[in-house]
Write a protein that binds this ligand. Structure first.
Ligand SMILES: [Zn+2]
Length: 300
């Protein structure tokens, strides 16, 4: 054992190193335990299927506002909540509320990362929990906010949890009407159903429209996730996902997009799309794969 007076200078140096803020010495990791807890609450019976305009939808929204703030997002344009009016498919006037936060980057140009927090509600006394569709994408937004609050991205990252997607992409359509803001948007990364696949397969759809993104996605670390391309050609009819979720609102405004999602499965739009049927290990890996894609797009 060395005498203490020789160790003391080393101890003092060590003390200074350990006082250095964590984000400057190591890159952050995704908190996947918290990811699962967020998925569990958002898809719980307490939020009653999160149908737009309902009490359950309000509970989910309040949870999101709290979690966006806790993980370090700034309110978007002064507020985490953005109300909009729309006509549903029966021409009834309804109101929806998007939850939006941002992490400032080194530049003003924006990548918008989106998911939808609304779902189908209660039908015939059954709660449609929408765990994969789309509590999975919504909980992922929270974990990415946590991650990027510890490193400064190049682009400003705007995180939008849209309402009323199930009523015709209404929250996304309202959000993309802000033409002054949209000038700054370089791309949309949309997450809708990213957690449920028994083959470890996840699609990155949209490279048919934006082929420059394909080599970027081919270069990322995906671990055990099989990242597939496709579902983006007009001649595929129903299997073309170009207009299937909120990225369609960005596409309609001429903005680039990549949509992450799994193939339709037996629980899609069924009351069995619930926390208990989610393969949690695949969900964690899929969320990590999409993080690697975000990091790669942020470098472009
Ligand atoms: Zn969906």
């Amino acid at each position: 054992m060395k005498p203490l007076h020789k160790l003391l200078p080393l101890l003092i140096v060590g003390l200074f190193i350990s006082c250095t803020p964590k984000e400057k010495t190591s890159s952050p990791t995704l908190n996947t335990d918290q990811l699962i807890e967020d998925l569990r609450f958002i898809s719980s019976d307490e939020t009653e299927g999160r149908r737009t305009g309902t009490e359950g939808n309000r509970k989910a929204r309040e949870y999101l506002v709290q979690r966006f703030e806790e993980e370090g997002a700034n309110p978007f344009q002064g507020s985490f909540t953005h109300e909009f009016d729309f006509l549903n498919r029966n021409e009834e006037a309804l109101a929806g509320i998007n939850v939006v936060g941002e992490i400032p980057g080194k530049t003003d140009s924006v990548i918008v990362i989106t998911a939808h927090y609304d779902h189908l509600g209660i039908r015939d006394s059954l709660i449609y929990n929408g765990a994969d569709d789309d509590a999975s994408g919504t909980a992922a937004l929270i974990t990415y906010i946590d991650y990027f609050s510890h490193i400064k991205p190049n682009h400003t990252l705007v995180f939008a949890a849209f309402d009323a997607e199930e009523m015709g992409l209404q929250g996304a359509r309202a959000f993309t009407e802000d033409s002054v803001f949209m000038e700054r948007v370089v791309m949309n990364i949309n997450l809708d159903m990213i957690s449920n696949n028994d083959q470890n397969e996840l699609y990155a759809s949209g490279t048919f429209h934006h082929p420059e993104f394909k080599p970027v996605l081919e270069g990322i670390e995906t671990g055990e996730v099989k990242l597939l391309f496709g579902h983006d050609r007009p001649e595929q009819g129903y299997d073309d996902w170009t207009n299937a979720s909120d990225h369609a609102a960005f596409h309609a405004k001429g903005k680039k997009f990549i949509y992450f999602g799994v193939e339709d499965h037996e629980h899609y739009h069924q009351h069995t799309d619930e926390f208990a049927t989610i393969p949690l290990e695949f969900y964690k890996k899929s969320t990590e794969t999409i993080l690697n894609a975000i990091l790669a797009f942020d470098k472009m």
